[in-house]
Design a protein around this ligand. Structure first.
Ligand code: NCD
Length: 356
């Protein structure tokens, strides 16, 4: 069973094919209006969402399919102690495809192992959010005309921002990408990401200074400080509002430097910038629906194909202890690990280091 857990589950060719499909859907929506007749998507959202959930549901409805859903942490039998694996098995009896958002890293992966239908990761804690990246890629492609040769600034909460992690994984695969990672020192990108960048030889720099970075960028990806992921609320209070982009600051940016944001925004982009043609974030939200349509079509068409082989293994000596990982909460989970590019052992669910 093919699922989408990480953006790297899709090859570069598949990403281009999804973008072509989305562009075709935009051109002639009526030719797709019956493509999923008789099919159901189950949207299981154990964390708040506006865009992601509604765009999945709108996508399925536009394709002629229907939607069943659970929302809110208290809205399902998971609160009665049901495991995610059992939930996945049960939902597989009622639906044809699942989109799941859950606060624990690795939750979608755990569900995909038990489900009899494709599972789409709609955000697993502070880990990954591959379908936001699909929206981001189509936006970059439509706005810039290319995905190669871009200097990409990413600013804000790079530690907990799951959209950032998936975006970096995706853009690392296009030639000529250069990253400028702009964050306070407490919110730097996790080491499993910087380590991959170093091994792949992708140029990146880390800085705390947004204004200094701005003039060199082809695009800027702003993000919200992820309040819900902080263990200490005082740390959040200290870092909240650390970057605010506005029209004045954007005067030093290139005339064609687009600004993206996965939304929701708090105060990191001033509304005075919204009317600037470079503000692409609402177009980005719209692109998300078309890419989700393309993804649903692909995964349903490929539902009978086997899951690709993963280079992971389980050994009772190695257990993940990350409190934010599904491994620390799910009964009966089989811990799985992999060797990273430097030969260190990491959890296959959350990518945290298990042994150097
Ligand atoms: C993002 C998320 O949920 O990670 N939102 C979204 O899906 N568009 C970003 C965020 O919540 O800050």
């Amino acid at each position: 069973m093919r699922s989408l857990i990480n953006i790297t589950d899709l090859s570069v060719e598949e990403l281009y094919a999804l973008m072509d499909k989305a562009l075709d859907i935009i051109q002639s929506p009526s030719s797709y209006s019956g493509s999923c007749r008789g099919k159901k998507i189950a949207t299981l959202f154990f964390e708040p969402s506006t865009r992601t959930r509604l765009s999945f549901e709108a996508a399925m409805l536009e394709l002629g399919g229907s939607v069943i859903s659970v929302s809110g942490a208290g809205g399902s039998s998971v609160t009665k102690g049901e495991t995610l694996a059992d939930t996945a098995k049960v939902v597989s009896c009622y639906a044809d495809i699942i989109a799941v958002r859950h606060p624990l890293a690795g939750s979608a992966r755990e569900m995909s192992k038990a489900a009899g239908i494709p599972v789409i990761n709609a955000g697993d804690g502070g880990h990954y959010h591959p379908t936001q990246t699909l929206a981001d890629l189509l936006t970059i492609y439509r706005e810039k005309g290319r995905l190669t040769g871009l200097t990409i600034g990413i600013c804000g909460d790079l530690l907990y921002g799951r959209t950032v992690h998936s975006l970096i994984d995706a853009m690392s695969r296009y030639e000529g990408t250069r990253f400028v990672l702009i964050a306070p020192s407490e919110l730097r990108v996790p080491d499993h990401i910087t380590e991959k960048l170093s091994t792949l030889g992708i140029p990146f720099e880390e800085t705390t200074d947004l204004e200094e970075a701005l003039p060199s960028l082809d695009m800027l990806y702003m993000t919200r400080i992820q309040r819900e992921r902080f263990e200490n609320p005082q740390t959040y209070e200290r870092l909240a509002g650390c970057y605010v982009l506005d029209s004045r600051k954007m005067r030093s940016a290139r005339k064609d430097c687009i600004v993206l944001h996965p939304l929701p925004r708090v105060d990191e982009i001033s509304t005075d910038f919204d009317s600037d043609p470079r503000a692409a974030y609402f177009r980005q939200a719209q692109n998300g629906k078309f890419m989700r349509e393309a993804l649903i079509l692909k995964l349903l068409a490929e539902a009978s194909l086997p899951a690709p082989e993963e280079n992971v293994y389980s050994d009772p000596r190695f257990k993940c202890t990350n409190k934010k990982c599904v491994c620390a909460h799910e009964r009966g989970i089989v811990h799985e690990v992999y060797y990273d590019t430097k030969g260190a052992l990491r959890c296959a669910y959350c990518d945290e280091l298990i042994e150097e």
